[in-house]
Design a binder for this molecule. Structure first.
Ligand code: GTP
Ligand code: MG
Length: 352
């Protein structure tokens, strides 16, 4: 038996009795791994230790892991050696796991080279190589998001509707507040009355300042007020929530560009981060959204949300590989404490 399978069997036996990673088609909702009481209140006791974080990540990414790793397991199960046929099947697995065609082709090409050099002799090596390559793809050269670099540090969240912009900003507000910073939320989604109310509720819950106007107000005017207030009050981090209609609508893009211009006029280095929020459950749509928003607004960072509820987490690899825009955070649940700084090593490890 291959070492990798032996190791996996041992891991799986200790991790979750009765769970079989090879059975990716099993309904995952019933798995004990998904039962996480902390999701309700956002408190995650396991965060204290590195192994706790890893266990949490692994459990949250289990749907993707079962699809990706589970299918690869099945593919090589019983195969004495890796050949071209295995690579062809692997190609299909990677595409259906939402890594995307371009990323998959790069991976397969590098596997073929290894195969020809006889460096891909067994399942163990295939697995190690795949993990190394994925880890390499996830590492995007970029400076870290250091919010202490400017005062205020201005983050503008953008993205299509329902991706998790407002929730992500609430989580960020919580995160930075916990770090001892003075945080301001800005309700620049004046398109729907409920949007301002939703952000107000979060501001109250997280206990941070909020700048808002009545619904229907010009979002750029809200941002203008907020920037002035933030500078006057010595706020450390300004988090701007924007509307998310269909990204193909010209007026939304014009509105977002105007907001960006207003911010820059008040502070020439700002916005310091244009954060595009992407819903991982939409798979390949995330790629087209990134193209569009980046072209219009020059996105500087990404957040992939809802990775907890999807088997399409492979999109993270595809997005990194295709755009070379750093993923700053990933959303792993609805709770305030369920946003994680993106760590390529940890993510790759949690996927397999
Ligand atoms: N499971 C899960 N749900 C999430 C995550 N992030 C956001 N959500 C949920 O996604 C839904 C939409 O989130 P919002 O934050 O309102 O999304 P939005 O982009 O602000 O939406 P609009 O303002 O309508 O454009 C909410 O029910 C959130 O709780 C996540 O990481 N995991
Ligand atoms: Mg919103």
């Amino acid at each position: 038996m291959a070492r990798w399978f032996r190791r996996k069997q041992e891991d799986d036996a200790t991790e979750s009795a009765g769970e079989n990673t090879i059975e990716s088609s099993q309904p995952e909702e019933s798995s004990p791994e998904t039962e996480d009481p902390s999701a309700e209140n956002g408190v995650e006791p396991a965060f204290e230790t590195t192994s706790g974080i890893f266990t949490y990540m692994r459990s949250r990414l289990q749907k993707t892991r079962k699809t990706l790793a589970g299918q690869i397991d099945r593919l090589v199960l019983g195969k004495k050696e890796i050949d071209q046929d295995v690579l062809e099947e692997l190609e299909e697995v990677l595409i259906t796991s939402d890594l995307g065609v371009a990323t998959t082709q790069k991976l397969i090409t590098s596997m073929e080279e290894k195969l020809h050099r006889r460096e891909l002799t067994d399942a163990d090596r295939l697995h190690i190589h795949l993990k190394d390559e994925i880890r390499r793809f996830l590492k995007v050269e970029a400076s870290a998001l250091d919010v202490t670099g400017h005062k205020p540090f201005v983050i503008m969240a953008v993205g299509v509707n329902g991706v998790g912009k407002t929730t992500t900003l609430a989580k960020l507000a919580f995160h930075y507040k916990q770090a001892g910073l003075r945080v301001m939320l800005v309700a620049a989604d004046t398109f729907r009355a409920a949007a301002t109310e939703q952000l107000s509720n979060w501001a109250e819950r997280v206990e941070v300042e909020l700048v808002k106007q009545s619904s229907g107000a010009d979002p750029a005017a809200v941002v203008y007020d907020a920037m002035a207030a933030a500078q006057a009050r010595g706020v450390d981090v300004v988090l701007i929530d924007t509307a998310g209609r269909l990204h193909t609508k010209v007026n939304l893009m014009e509105e977002l560009k105007k907001i960006k211009r207003v911010i820059s006029r008040q502070m020439d280095t700002a916005p310091h981060e244009v954060l595009l929020i992407l819903d991982a459950t939409t798979g390949q749509n995330a790629i087209s959204q990134t193209h569009f928003f980046h072209q219009e607004l020059t996105v500087t960072g990404l957040v992939l949300t809802k990775l907890d509820g999807t088997a399409k987490g492979g999109i993270v690899v595809g997005v990194c590989q295709e755009f070379q825009i750093p993923i700053r955070f990933i959303g792993l649940g609805e709770g305030l404490d369920e946003l994680r700084e993106f760590d390529p090593e940890q993510f790759a490890a949690a996927l397999f």
